[in-house]
Design a binder for this molecule. Structure first.
Ligand SMILES: [Zn+2]
Length: 207
């Protein structure tokens, strides 16, 4: 049985929201300046609304983004996915290939920067695919990475979920390998502020 981590769709309305205070002068007075959209790098969401405000006092412009989006081109979800793939054992090349099948290849430098920003770079609990064992296969809704961890076969699948969502499925046939993958998935997800869950029907069956 595979454990799943869901990455929510970016979104949520920006209606009625305003910046707290000007990041340059501290003023709390703003005028709405412009509604716009921003192109995103994300497997499931191409664009997001952006609202620009202008400080009444110093004229600095500030942008507000929906949840899951910030000043970067990649969404927060895609950043989290890339870090989890690294944490679960994929190489930088493997991550690039895996995300490429979803239309979002990230450069090695970008993935490295994502991992470093997450605080997980060089963490000794990170899993590593046994050398030369990683194979990434495209699927209709994403891609599956298959590799060995200490000689045991594991799978890490990324798929499109509900509208705008991505879901990462992690598992292994051999029970000890599955336990290890589930445990590490939970740890990695928690470090990123996400939750890893077994599918409902399995939870129901165990209750
Ligand atoms: Zn200002």
């Amino acid at each position: 049985m595979d454990i799943a981590v869901t990455f929510r769709a970016p979104g949520g309305g920006l209606e009625g929201q305003r910046p707290d205070r000007c990041e340059r002068c501290g003023s709390q007075g703003f005028n709405l300046h412009q509604h716009a959209t921003k192109a995103l790098k994300d497997p499931a969401t191409a664009r997001a609304p952006v609202v620009r405000f202008i400080c009444k006092r110093c004229r600095k412009t500030m942008r507000l983004y929906p949840s899951g989006v910030d000043a970067a081109r990649q969404t927060i979800g895609l950043r989290q996915v890339s870090v989890l793939l690294y944490w679960l054992g994929l190489s930088y090349d493997g991550i690039r290939e895996h995300l490429g099948h979803l239309g979002c290849p990230l450069s090695k430098a970008t993935v490295w920067a994502n991992v470093r920003a997450s605080g997980l770079l060089g963490d000794r609990r990170r899993l590593r695919a046994d050398p030369g064992t990683l194979v990434v296969q495209p699927r209709s809704d994403g891609a599956t990475a298959r590799f060995l961890v200490k000689g045991r076969a594991v799978t890490v699948r990324l798929a499109r979920g509900g509208p705008g969502e991505m879901v990462l499925w992690v598992g292994a046939l051999q029970p000890e390998a599955a336990q290890l993958m589930h445990r590490r998935t939970r740890e990695g997800a928690r470090r990123l502020g996400l939750r890893a869950e077994l599918p409902d029907r399995c939870e129901a069956a165990r209750a």
